[in-house]
Design a protein around this ligand. Sequence first.
Ligand SMILES: Cc1cc2nc3c(=O)[nH]c(=O)nc-3n(C[C@H](O)[C@H](O)[C@H](O)COP(=O)(O)O)c2cc1C
Length: 314
Amino acid sequence: MGIMSMNVYEPHEWKHGTKVAGVPWKNPVGTASGTFQLAACRWFYDVSQMGAISTKGVSPVPWEGNPTPRTAESPAGMVNAVGLQNPGVDHYLVDELPKLKELGATVVTNVAGHSDDDYAEVVEKLADSPADMLEINVSCPNVSHGGMSVGSDPKTLHRLISRLRPITDKPMVVKLSPNVTDIVSIAKAAVDAGADALSLINTLVGMRIDIRTGEPIIANRTGGVSGPAIFPIALGFVWRVRQALPDIPIIGIGGIDSGEKALEYLYAGANAVEVGAAALYDPTAPLRIARELDDLLDSRPQLAAKLAQGQTWR
Ligand SMILES: Cc1cc2nc3c(=O)[nH]c(=O)nc-3n(C[C@H](O)[C@H](O)[C@H](O)COP(=O)(O)O)c2cc1C
């Protein structure tokens, strides 16, 4: 189904919903953080049709992000080092979030910080907001403090999530990094500290070099690799975490560009998925994938029934 054959604003009766940590999603496909911006995406499709919208990471104050160039192409994917540029939580609360809720979207607000205090400040401000879920990004490889450094050590992560837990009743998703030797110990630390769900994976550290100059293409030198190239790697991470933690809701992320690939995540034990890089070369990809998956689930009633109840295939 391409953009020409899909009426992207036509009301759609979703056949197969899911639940993530008790929160109903109209379908199991969300947008992945950093690849969705309401002001741009609303011109391409009715964003309220997505299972959920995970928004760009928000920090306590506006962040400028990294110097440019920030992206490079790579086989079946891309490398980015945007550096969590965003206008800050106060702007998010008066601008993006109310507009998304007015449109009827289920919103997963992605939270960024350079320190425990940063994360706590953002979560406090979001506690009484209309956000449906919070997704704590402890896995960004492109910031010098916070981000991946928090999510690479079970003790540090446990400390952070234990501090955030009492601040909000909202379901808290912890977004994990693949740039670790033992993701299961990190996942367990997040769950022990009170995470309601896990999302994985964030990008893998990588880079490109310009052979005309011999220098890195991206100003930050290294960046995060995403897109179809990471699909089997990300799927393997979801599988391992599901095997170790049978009960925690999981959102699978990485390289999804079709309903079939989304379905593989559901069979690996995910409750839902998020689509990232695919939306950067085809803005309607998240909605197309959601509709493809909705049709694929018609002939898989056992899986569909489990998802509808908030359960998973394995
Ligand atoms: C340009 C860009 C910006 C991103 N920004 C964020 C972010 O702000 N917060 C976050 O948790 N993940 C961020 N990510 C990671 C994605 O949400 C996703 O985890 C990753 O790209 C893997 O999925 P994909 O292969 O479908 O892109 C970003 C990814 C890209 C490509």
